[in-house]
Design a protein. Sequence first.
Length: 98
Amino acid sequence: MKVTITARKFKARDVLKEYIQGEVESLEKFSVDILDVEVILSYQNNKDSVKIAEIIVKVPGQILTIVEEAEEFEISVKSAVAKLNRQLQKIKEKKAKH
């Protein structure tokens, strides 16, 4: 599984990259078919500075995209990974039925 992390308009800290890497790797327990994962970090520079994490997961035959917003990147990444876990579980269950 190839993981690409892109930070728009800022340079992501190594600690943040390591955290994201760990969270994304946890997806493998739900699907070993993951080909590629792209994580795009950005923020809206308003009063509260909303942090946005977009995670794109490529599995055979599908591309799953989740966008989450939160006050911190860690929270938005964790929330997006949780949603991806549910989606990958559904895909795995559908494959098991066939």
